[in-house]
Design a protein around this ligand. Sequence first.
Ligand SMILES: CC(C)(COP(=O)(O)OP(=O)(O)OC[C@H]1O[C@@H](n2cnc3c(N)ncnc32)[C@H](O)[C@@H]1OP(=O)(O)O)[C@@H](O)C(=O)NCCC(=O)NCCS
Length: 434
Amino acid sequence: MVDSNASSASPEDTPNPNPDGNAPSESDLVVDTLAQKVQESLSLGKKHKFWETQPVGQFKDLGDNSLPEGQIEDPTPISEVKQEPYKLPNLYEWITCDMDTEEMCAEVYNLLTTNYVEDDENMFRFNYSKEFLRWALCPPGYFRSWHIGVRVISSKKLVAFITGVPSRIRVRNDVVTMAEINFLCVHKKLRSKRLAPVMIKEVTRRVHLENIWQAAYTAGVVLPTPISTCQYWHRSLNPKKLIDVGFSRLGARMTMSRTIKLYKLPESPVTPGFRKMELHDVPAVTRLLRDYLNQFIVAPDLDENDVEHWLLPKENVVNSYLVESSETHEITDFCSFYTLPSTILGNQNYSSLKAAYSYYNVSTKTPLLKLMNDTLIVAKRNDYDVFNALDVMQNESFLKELKFGPGDGKLHYYLYNYRLRNPLRPSELGLVLL
Ligand SMILES: CC(C)(COP(=O)(O)OP(=O)(O)OC[C@H]1O[C@@H](n2cnc3c(N)ncnc32)[C@H](O)[C@@H]1OP(=O)(O)O)[C@@H](O)C(=O)NCCC(=O)NCCS
């Protein structure tokens, strides 16, 4: 999600939340936070009228260890899946979006650019590029029918959007074909009219028609019930611009020139054999990633086709680098990030923030800290303003040391029709959704 670290000072001022080493574990904290949210919503009489009807972990079941892990509802025969689309309010119609056509892709881009996710202070809005949208929505085996739009019948204007793409996700030892749901967006003028639940039900119906019964998604809002709650961290690459546009603030006792010096990076990567990933690396990278992702409780089950699609460098979309041993030519380490700029709202001098988002990183020979420092160096060399990373996988091990500061937003991960008994620590999660 769009996030800023406006609330954080320089990394040297970031307090250590666990100074004595005896504080509650992260998973206790996650449960506590969730319990608090439940309390709050009960006391406010706030219910999830829609989500309470869905096969998702419910707040009331939190901590009930008698409930089994896994599928919540059994699949039904496809012939029993509702065959016609859900009813939309009068004046609106469903469309299936063909992202291969320039016109459709531009319409989706325009809807999202003006109506998709903003930070809490409405200073930045995600600006996914058209190439990114095509990449994100057309992976191997994708279903066009899962790219769903809503139009005004008379004007043909696109006013809402939701998508799914198929993906194999492993939960413990269970590899499940799921839909990754993303890009839920309702035009600003049509908010709070309960259109989102209809969109979600329609994409669910179309997913069921492909005999797929589970889904994974993330959101900045708390819904029933996160499988994990993660945090974004931000590493300034262009601190002056970030401060000028209000993304970050000058730390206490800091001047601009000291700040610029603090975040300065070498011109080029320092690890011998560090280079861009190429097509012929796909088999080795797939092996490296599969081995690495095995240690996490929830992670994608990637084959060579997936790796070629998701990780082979694509300009302005995804970047991947690896370390090749000069002696054995073995690929020992890998790092990647995707490009997701944000529109800067209402700034005289700047209109766009170029952000890199950490994707999948694997270290076997090069220490992760060194590998990620090289990643920051190439991101800086490619003119990114900021490098963002979630605290998933082993990311916590380098965030503070490499001068990332915590952001102010949380990202919650969810599974549809799949129960986990307890929420996971971010470090148990091996999944990054776009
Ligand atoms: C997210 C968005 C589509 C919701 O639409 P809305 O008009 O605000 O809400 P609606 O009245 O249509 O629907 C409300 C229901 O949708 C649920 N909902 C809201 N945001 C959601 C999300 N991101 N994912 C899943 N469900 C969501 C609400 O919890 C509520 O259900 P509940 O009563 O069971 O709690 C809309 O606010 C939007 O386009 N926001 C900007 C883009 C964005 O944040 N997209 C989500 C990215 S994760």
